[in-house]
Design a protein around this ligand. Structure first.
Ligand SMILES: NC(=O)c1ccc[n+]([C@@H]2O[C@H](COP(=O)([O-])OP(=O)(O)OC[C@H]3O[C@@H](n4cnc5c(N)ncnc54)[C@H](OP(=O)(O)O)[C@@H]3O)[C@@H](O)[C@H]2O)c1
Length: 257
């Protein structure tokens, strides 16, 4: 892996050489900004060159070993991973792991050994017998609206999930979701999509950072791009923060300008 941006004239040539990065180096490179009690929402998504956010309903065909390594590091830095129910269903989400390599860093940051998984759902049509709900290291959160079906709420609670009402009707309000998580001390937020959820965070103006892995693949077809939601009146500007490269994959990081 090598750094393509930012390049600084003062840096030694070794800063840019193509080599294996340690998990600590990656964690430093992707550190959340310090301070702020309102929550920082980072998205991590992979896209093909032609904009496909999945291939055959899964993101794995677009990914690579380096992409999965960064995916794991971003998880290890987060207080909570916010994910849409369809991604949970399609990708068979499991509880996040506690990783020895990040134990000291998480303890020093006052974080639980593993991030909380926060699932966003209107229908609550989820498999509550799955380990994501019955056997997580830290209790899974389920964010839904105040009109969600009471029987499904009861089933989620019986399975062990904490149900958080974060919107009216059966919809979750994206800004309220971020606020509800921040109220629980979960401010370093990572969303792994999917596109429908990410589109809503983007149009609600609460997306602070986009970590986009650009895969050197052309997929064609009609897969959604990384956001699939209400159009913004004016496209929002993001500023390039960093670019890493490995095997033709670009690991970009943009922050809201
Ligand atoms: N390229 C990548 O990095 C990446 C990342 C993640 C996923 N993916 C791919 O994306 C696909 C799934 O994404 P998707 O866009 O179809 O779905 P998604 O965003 O993962 O989930 C959509 C679902 O989330 C719930 N939801 C979203 N917004 C809500 C709101 N405001 N209030 C209440 N519930 C809300 C609803 O769940 P209910 O239906 O339960 O009501 C909705 O059906 C999969 O193929 C996956 O492989 C790709």
């Amino acid at each position: 892996m090598r750094r393509l941006f930012p390049l600084s004239p003062e840096s030694s040539p070794s800063a840019y050489e193509d080599r294996e990065w340690s998990l600590d180096e990656l964690a430093d490179a992707y550190a959340y900004p310090a301070g702020g009690s309102g929550g920082w929402l980072r998205a991590n998504m992979v896209s093909s060159l032609d904009g496909a956010a999945h291939h055959g309903g899964r993101s794995q065909p677009l990914s690579s070993a380096a992409d999965m390594r960064i995916f794991g590091v971003l998880r290890a830095l987060a207080d909570a991973i916010v994910v849409g129910a369809e991604t949970v269903r399609q990708e068979g989400y499991r509880p996040a792991r506690a990783r020895e390599a990040f134990a000291a860093r998480r303890a020093a940051a006052g974080q639980a050994p593993a991030p909380v998984i926060a699932v966003i759902s209107a229908s609550l049509d989820l498999d509550f017998t799955a380990p994501l709900f019955t056997a997580p290291l830290v209790r899974t959160l389920l964010l839904t609206g105040d009109g969600a079906v009471p029987e499904r709420i009861a089933a989620a609670r019986a399975a062990g999930a904490e149900v958080v009402i974060a919107g009216a009707g059966n919809r979750v309000d994206p800004a309220r979701a971020v606020a509800e998580l921040a109220e629980r001390g979960l401010t370093r937020l990572l969303t792994e999509g999917g596109p429908k959820l990410l589109g809503q965070f983007a149009s609600a103006g609460v997306l602070d950072e986009v970590c986009l892995s650009l895969a050197p693949l052309v997929a064609s077809g009609d897969a959604s791009r990384i956001t699939n939601g209400p159009v913004l009146v004016e496209p929002e500007r993001f500023a390039l923060a960093s670019v890493l490269e490995e095997s033709g994959f670009l690991f970009t990081r943009y922050r809201r300008a």
